[in-house]
Structures are given as C-alpha cells and as structure tokens.
Design a protein around this ligand. Structure first.
Ligand code: SF4
Ligand code: SF4
Length: 355
C-alpha cells in the first residue's frame, strides 16, 4: 500500500514538514549521488507561485546535506517560455540562492535514450537524471490546462532539455495522447521521493495562472501516482478521470484508488477549487497556445554575425554534432539538432539566438 503524507506548513517553518517526510520515507542517501529536481517552469518570481518555492528547496538541500550524500545536484530544464534560460530561471525565482551552491545547468549534458516511437524514436535526457542514484522530485501544487493538474508525474517532463518538450507536445497531437506522453517521460526515471510545495498553490488555468490559493500544506510520498491521486482529490477532481493516472496504473507505476493509499494527515478537498476543463480544452482549443507550441517546436539556434567571434565553443559542445563552422560562423543542421539550446547557453558572447 502506498502512503502519502499531508502536513500543515508555511514557508517560514517548512523544515518541520521536510523532516517528517524524511522520517516517513527514509531514502538511503549516504554515499550516493543525489539529484534534487524542483519545478522551474520559467523565468518568474517566487511570489508568482509558478515554480517550487525556494524555502522548500533550501530545506531539502540542507536535509540531504546532513545525510552525507556523495554528491548533490540541484537542476531542472525550464519549459517553453524559457528555453536557453536555465540559469536565469533559477536566479529570478530565488532557487539559485536556495540551492546553496549546488545548482547545475543540467541541460548542458544529455544522453540519448530510446523512446516510444509513436512519439519520437529517441529523446535526449539530462545526464544528471540518468546517472543519479537518488532523484528527489519537488513538484508544485498547480493546475494545468492540458493535464488538469501538474504534480509529481508531470514534474518529470523537465527531464528533457530544450524544445524537445514542444516537439513532443506537437507529436502527441491531442490531450489524451499528451497524458500518455508524460507517463512515458516519467518512467524514464521514476523519482525515489516526492515532496510537494502546496503552501501556496495555483488554481484556474495553470501552469502559469494568476489565480493563487493559500493551501498551507507540504505533501510527500515515495509514489508519484499515489501523490497525484491525493492532490487531485484535494483539488476536487476524481483521480479516475485523469488519463495520465490511468495510464500510469496500467503500466504498473502505482495506484490512484484512494482505497489503496494510506493517508498520513487529513485529506479534505479544498472548497470551490477552480479546475480547468477536464478534457484539456483550455489548451487544445486555444489557438494562441497551439500557435505557441508550434512556434517553439520549430526553434533552432542561429548565430548573430555581429556578436559571434568564431570561437567554435558551440560546435565542440553540441551533443549531437549539429553545428559546423561555415565562413567562420556556426551553422546548424536543422535535421540533426535536438533543440537542447546548450549552444545558446554556452556561447560566451551571447551570440546564439533562437529563431
Ligand atoms: S560559441 Fe558563440 S561566439 Fe563562439 S562560435 Fe559559437 S556562436 Fe560564435
Ligand atoms: S545545435 Fe546542438 S547544442 Fe545547439 S540546440 Fe541544436 S543540438 Fe543543441
């Protein structure tokens, strides 16, 4: 039986809830490589509640530090609005400071992994994810226009650097298929522990809505499917109506049936919580969102001849050798490029732009 902790918390004393989570779910840490993955959707400020709050990240970093990990990395790959802005996203949200010097741009190094060919034959996944002994996921309590909620399972979508996220969005084609897609990405590396920031949550049409809600909780579990079932219930949504939870159960990743979950704390649905439409219509019927996905999926880097010094750093660092120097300027092979945007992030002259 899976267990889910629901613990009252505020950002000023969140350490107590984090401590309790580690007591209930004692993941072996000593001597192991740990990746801590907050939800860093985009460049924003902590008060907007679009990302995991820095107070939770700091408390988890301090806790892991005290458990003698061999190494600790804090990292994520931001979404569509912040491709190529990994560091900036961490800085503006306050997550860089909360990382206590352990932040790493995990988008700069990836490994190619076979994937469900119905979406894409292979994907590039941050090496830090695949090589960690322990992955700790720190999702945010938020709604999502396409998947209704963005919780434990959806947080793993950030395993993928750059515009692969938009490409896969496009390849999925429908909300139903997108539900399946996020499970496929999640199962590339199922995290070992989940600690969710549900102190201030988001309702309405997330994942970047302005409708915030004081919830006052930290939720934790060692099973992401069980955690998301509890979160859906708190949001007033029957977990059985969520395609990604059905898919996750089908492939043996956990159960969303509340009868199979031990709740440690009080599970009380939030009164009048505003959910997006359950069929994903908020996103799939919105021409602006569709246009945005389309435009982000076709982005490729292009060097600015006024700024480029021809140092070839980008050519050397491109993980798939998609760049070659032509007349002292790097030129991308659009068919080979996986749109990870490492070249943009690594360019010392800020000469690479997304076109
Ligand atoms: S790293 Fe920047 S400056 Fe160097 S070749 Fe590439 S685009 Fe030009
Ligand atoms: S050219 Fe290479 S480094 Fe740049 S975005 Fe494409 S795959 Fe990534």
């Amino acid at each position: 039986m899976s267990r889910v902790m629901i613990h009252p918390a505020g950002y000023d004393k969140i350490g107590e809830a984090v401590q309790r989570a580690f007591e209930l779910f004692p993941v072996p840490i000593a001597g192991r490589k740990v990746l801590i993955k907050p939800n860093v959707l985009r460049v924003s400020e902590a008060r907007e509640a679009i990302v995991t709050h820095p107070a939770l990240l700091r408390a988890v970093v301090e806790k892991i530090h005290s458990l003698s990990a061999a190494s600790i990395v804090v990292g994520d790959n931001p979404g569509m609005f912040s491709y190529g802005a990994n560091e900036e996203s961490f800085k503006t949200t306050g997550l860089m400071e909360a990382s206590c010097g352990l932040y790493k741009n995990i988008g700069l190094d990836s490994v190619k992994i076979d994937f469900d060919p119905a979406f894409m034959p292979a994907v590039s996944v941050s090496r830090a994810v695949m090589e960690a002994d322990v992955v700790i996921s720190l999702p945010k309590f938020k709604t999502h226009g396409l998947t209704v909620m963005s919780g434990a399972v959806k947080n793993s979508y950030g395993y993928l650097p750059g515009a692969q996220k938009a490409m896969l969005h496009k390849a999925a084609g429908s909300p139903e298929r997108f539900h399946e897609l996020i499970v496929e990405v999640y199962r590339l590396r199922v995290p070992d522990l989940f600690i969710m920031d549900a102190v201030v949550g988001m309702e309405g049409n997330g994942p970047a809505s302005i409708d915030l809600r004081d919830i006052g909780l930290v939720i934790a579990s060692d099973n992401g499917v069980a955690m998301d079932a509890v979160v859906a219930t708190l949001m007033g949504c029957d977990p059985a109506r969520l395609g990604f939870l059905k898919k996750a159960r089908e492939v043996g990743l956990g159960d969303y049936d509340l009868g199979s979950i031990e709740i440690i704390g009080e599970l009380k649905p939030i009164a009048n919580f505003k959910l997006p439409p359950l069929g994903g219509e908020a996103t799939s019927n919105n021409p602006h969102v569709q246009q945005l996905i389309e435009s982000r999926a076709v982005l490729r880097p292009q060097a600015d001849p006024q700024l480029c010094t021809g140092c070839a750093t980008c050519v050397e660092q491109c993980p798939v050798s998609a760049l070659t120097m032509v007349d002292a300027l790097p030129v991308v092979d659009a068919g080979v490029c996986i749109s990870c945007f490492c070249c943009q992030e690594m360019c010392p002259e800020k000469a690479m732009a997304l076109k």
